[in-house]
Design a binder for this molecule. Structure first.
Ligand SMILES: [Zn+2]
Length: 103
């Protein structure tokens, strides 16, 4: 995929897909934007190899202390260097969602 340009991507789409794409772009391109945003989020999550709480490097992506949270459309993955950090993060998350509910 490296070095592939938008033009190349357009070239591999079928006529029907192009018509749909044009329709979406003409109406503001929301669908395309969603797809691109979603992919960027996925890549950012894959890249994150530091503890989500203290920022220390986490050895691998399959750390035993990994949390998946968020809605279906916005899934976040957080890795932690240890149980302490995961605990603290959980507490913060709970406080945060409580504050959101109180509003
Ligand atoms: Zn940590």
């Amino acid at each position: 995929m490296e070095g592939m340009k938008v033009k190349d991507m357009v070239n591999i789409l079928s006529y029907g897909q192009l018509v749909k794409l044009l329709k979406d772009l003409s109406s503001g391109g929301h669908h395309v934007r969603n797809i691109v945003e979603h992919r960027i989020q996925e890549l950012e999550v894959e890249d994150r190899k530091v503890c989500a709480f203290c920022g220390s490097p986490v050895s691998s992506n399959d750390s035993p202390y990994t949390l998946l949270f968020g809605s279906k459309d916005f899934r976040k993955k957080a890795s932690f260097c240890g149980l302490d950090c995961m605990d603290s993060f959980n507490k913060n998350l709970r406080l945060f969602s409580q504050r959101k509910l109180e509003k």
